[in-house]
Write a protein that binds this ligand. Sequence first.
Ligand SMILES: Cc1cc2nc3c(=O)[nH]c(=O)nc-3n(C[C@H](O)[C@H](O)[C@H](O)COP(=O)(O)OP(=O)(O)OC[C@H]3O[C@@H](n4cnc5c(N)ncnc54)[C@H](O)[C@@H]3O)c2cc1C
Length: 385
Amino acid sequence: MMDFKLPEELQMLQQSLRRYVDNEMIPHERETLEGNELKPEWRAKFQDGMKKLGLWMMDVPEEHGGPGLSLLAKSIVWQELGRTIALPAREDGITGPQVRHILFQLQGEMREKYLLPTLRGEKRGCFAQTEPDAGSDPGGMRTTAVLDGDHYVINGVKRFITGAGKSDFMQLMAATDRAKGSRGGISCFIVDMNTPGVTLTAQYETMMGDRPWEIVLDNVRVPVPHRVGEEGKGFGLAQKWLGAGRVKHGSRALGVAERALEMAVKYSHQRSTFGKPLAERQGVQWQLTDIWMNLDVATLLVRRAASLIDDGQEARVEAYHCKYFSDEMAFQAIDRCMQIHGGIGLTTDLPIERMWRQQRSYRITEGASEVMRTVIARHVMKAYA
Ligand SMILES: Cc1cc2nc3c(=O)[nH]c(=O)nc-3n(C[C@H](O)[C@H](O)[C@H](O)COP(=O)(O)OP(=O)(O)OC[C@H]3O[C@@H](n4cnc5c(N)ncnc54)[C@H](O)[C@@H]3O)c2cc1C
């Protein structure tokens, strides 16, 4: 028989995290942020909590000192942390440095200069792929890297780069052959932020509080050893990291939907209109039932994608399906929760409006829903041709 239950150790992890989020995060969730940044005292407290739970350096493979968690285990962590708005929407850093797959490809001197200080928390890197004219379709990027002796000369503009202002270096995607685009024309480079020709030209305000940057690269000279992997293979490096990111999106969405359900059910019992609690209205019950049913489906999709990737399978379609369905499902759940709460749901007294804004953004970033559907469509058209 297929086993739909989590292994016992993951059930225990989930219970411990749930207790931690309920007791240490949710009661303080309106105090922990300054703008969209975690206040240093709360960062230290949450980092300490994560260390006690054995989740420190969670994104780091075991051979580099991480706890060696499976993607399924990580998905439980993301799910449980998704139940609170005590953390910023992106880049909370409470489980240690967020190290992208790209840095683990570095060897020798580059490893000493970038990977190891990042693991020690001494350096920070951002990921720069999106451009004003290339977001969903990064293969069409205009930033070019042209070989000139023992350097590449890089020119272009990157947009919406999270954390660029606080970074020491960027993991930059640039076209080494624009004609080939995503089919072998994109390479990845490590570029120090203080390299001559790198300028942070704008910072965007967003409805989630995130403030990503625009970066201009004007004749930036980067030594050849700063290219990560082979020329033209950079796009594959980014994609690999984005695959696990899709499971992260799906997992976090489960937490959002579950919190929405908890709040909506509770409020529907408390609030009466026209002489009856909302909980006794079929129109409300069916909304709550829909949230629960979709959450149940999304949970299976997330667990399947994580388990397949843990099993060494590519699971590309499953990961896309998991992100698309879960992010859409969670936005609908928090939107319904807001509706059930009426006016109070729109106020900053409750976490609903912030969750709503954050979840709205996840339907666009790291792969818009339509792009997920387009990839799934290719699979469907082929599978049923
Ligand atoms: C807060 C924030 C942080 C970010 N951080 C980073 C970062 O650190 N590094 C980085 O590189 N990028 C980052 N991004 C960029 C983000 O990943 C892109 O915004 C996202 O990929 C969408 O690209 P775009 O905005 O150019 O939209 P477009 O690609 O212009 O798409 C616009 C819309 O068109 C629709 N669409 C697109 N393609 C299709 C299709 N094939 N079929 C049907 N409809 C389609 C979708 O609805 C989509 O939302 C960030 C963005 C934000 C808002």
